[in-house]
Structures are given as structure tokens and as C-alpha cells.
Design a protein around this ligand. Structure first.
Ligand code: AMP
Length: 279
């Protein structure tokens, strides 16, 4: 039985005597197979699975992006029930940010490049809401998608620095058969944009293959990704990165573990993806 709760008070009360450990899956709804994979991980490892569905206004830069973010609670709740979630917390905005709320959690250097540079304020919004969720729910484990690799790093830093006892677990990116990473935003792609979108994956795989064949120049790998992205006329590159996997600083030479990542716009829809490189 999946219990759907709206308030902080009901959530706290429901969590008082549930089987431990508790596994948390934070989402913004419009659930897809990627979210389902996180719920399955929680169900397999934890005594209680808690899913949160909250479109967090603080992590959106442009009001238009927030306004058009896809929502369908009925469908989302059916998916949570199918996946055997024990508790779904789907609060209204004022339950997360009550009147008088006036704190921002702002993570340092790891939040500054890439998505942090492209979307000012985004990670402040993410870190703030996740800190609230971690504090309210007190889960032993929280599951996040590797698709948002920098987000995982930002949340790990936040949880460590604030001594929050929730362990952050990164889970593999779930993809369409043609390689496109699942994302709630994919619904906005026109048919032509959808047909072009797998170019992100092709660019990442080409760079991964070049690295596997011995290419160690960061700029050559970035150029390779740019060239492949340029072959798709509907793709407009936001950034292409070959970065240190601990600091996300851009690399001249790839001598250890690294992260390939990119952000590409198709019309008004912005897609991101990444691929880790081993040592
Ligand atoms: P969102 O609802 O987009 O905020 O995502 C909620 C969680 O699902 C985040 O931890 C995301 O990284 C994760 N997620 C989103 N897309 C995928 C995917 N394709 N594969 C795995 N996890 C994902």
C-alpha cells in the first residue's frame, strides 16, 4: 500500500515507526523509467521506500521553464504504486518553503562550473531542497541518477559538510534504445528534434572510444564532441566538457579518471548527458 502525504507533519508521523533502513528517491515528477530504476534500487536495499514529487521552483532560472515543466500527479502516483513505494510525499510549495522561510544552501567550487555556470542559482535551489528532504526524512540512503553527475557531486558535498547522515547513492543512466537519456524534458522535443537528440550520446561515445584508443588531449576530445554535435543542424551546443572527475576542472591532459559531459539545446529544450572515463 502506497501512502500519499502532503504535509511535513504527516510525513514525520508516518516515518516514526517504519522498517529501516529508509531509502529516499527525490523527483520532480513526470516519472519515467529512470525514476523507476531508482525506486527499484531503494526497494531492493531498504526496508521502506519514500518517493518525493516536488517541482522545486527554486532550482528553475526562467519562470517559463518552471511553468512548462510537465506534470501529471495521477500518472506519477500510479507509477509509484506499481514500483511498490511505501510513502509518496507530494507537498504543495508552502509545505516545503513555509511563510518566513529564508535560508539558502549554497555549495562551493563543485557547484560553479558546467551546469552551475550555465544555470545561475540552479544548484542553490537543488542543495536547499535536498537539505530539507534529508533533514525531514532522515533516510539512511538517497538515490540519484548519474545522468545529473554534477548534481550528485554537489549533493554529496552538501551532505558531508552539513553532517547529514543520508548516504548518497548514484545509479546508472537509463536510456532509450537509440541512446537518448530519459528525461522529463524529452516530452517537449518535436519529432525532428527527437530524431536528432541521440547525437549527444554519439558524441560522448566517440570521445570515450578515442580515449580508449589512447587519446589524452582534453581539447582534442572536446573538439571531437563538438564536430559530431555540429553534424546535427538542430543541436545548439551550450557546453562540451572533459573535466577532472573530482573537481570538474577542465583538463588539458586526461591522465586519470575524468568526466565527459555536455549540454545541448534543441529549440527551447535543453538536454544534458555525460560519460565517465576510467583511469
Ligand atoms: P528529476 O525528476 O528530473 O529531478 O530527476 C529525479 C532523479 O531521477 C534525479 O536523481 C535524476 O538524476 C534521476 N534521473 C533522471 N533521469 C534519469 C535517467 N535517465 N536515468 C537514471 N536516473 C535519472
Amino acid at each position: 500500500m502506497t501512502r500519499v502525504l502532503r504535509t511535513r507533519a504527516h510525513l514525520r508521523a508516518a516515518l516514526a515507526d517504519v522498517p529501516r533502513p529508509v531509502g529516499l528517491v527525490p523527483t520532480m515528477g513526470w516519472l519515467h523509467e529512470g525514476h523507476r530504476s531508482l525506486m527499484r534500487r531503494a526497494r531492493a536495499h531498504d526496508g521502506t521506500t519514500v518517493v518525493t514529487i516536488f517541482v522545486n521552483p527554486r532550482q528553475f532560472g526562467e519562470p517559463a521553464d518552471l511553468a512548462r515543466y510537465p506534470r501529471s500527479e495521477e500518472r506519477d502516483l500510479a507509477i509509484c504504486a506499481e514500483e511498490g513505494a511505501d510513502i509518496v510525499w507530494a507537498p504543495p510549495v508552502e509545505e516545503v518553503y513555509p511563510a518566513g522561510f529564508d535560508t539558502t544552501v549554497s555549495v562551493g567550487a563543485i557547484a560553479h562550473p558546467l551546469e552551475g555556470a550555465a544555470r545561475p542559482g540552479h544548484f542553490d535551489g537543488v542543495a536547499t531542497v535536498v537539505a530539507i528532504l534529508f533533514a525531514l526524512i532522515g533516510a539512511e540512503h538517497a538515490y540519484f541518477g548519474q545522468k545529473d553527475a554534477q548534481q550528485v557531486m554537489v549533493i554529496r558535498q552538501m551532505a558531508r559538510d552539513l553532517a547529514l547522515p543520508t548516504q548518497v547513492i548514484a545509479c546508472p543512466t537509463v536510456r532509450e534504445p537509440d541512446g537518448l537519456a530519459l528525461s522529463s524534458r524529452n516530452v517537449h522535443l518535436s519529432p525532428a528534434e527527437r530524431a536528432g537528440a541521440p547525437v549527444l550520446r554519439r558524441a560522448l561515445l566517440a570521445a570515450r572510444d578515442a580515449h580508449a584508443s589512447g587519446e589524452r588531449s582534453g581539447e582534442t576530445l572536446r573538439d571531437l564532441m563538438r564536430t559530431i554535435l555540429a553534424s546535427e543542424p538542430l543541436a545548439h551546443v551550450d557546453y562540451v566538457s572533459v573535466a577532472d572527475d573530482g573537481t570538474l576542472a577542465e583538463l588539458d591532459r586526461v591522465d586519470g579518471p575524468a568526466l565527459l559531459s555536455l549540454a545541448v539545446r534543441f529549440g527551447t529544450t535543453r538536454l544534458i548527458d555525460n560519460e565517465p572515463l576510467g583511469a
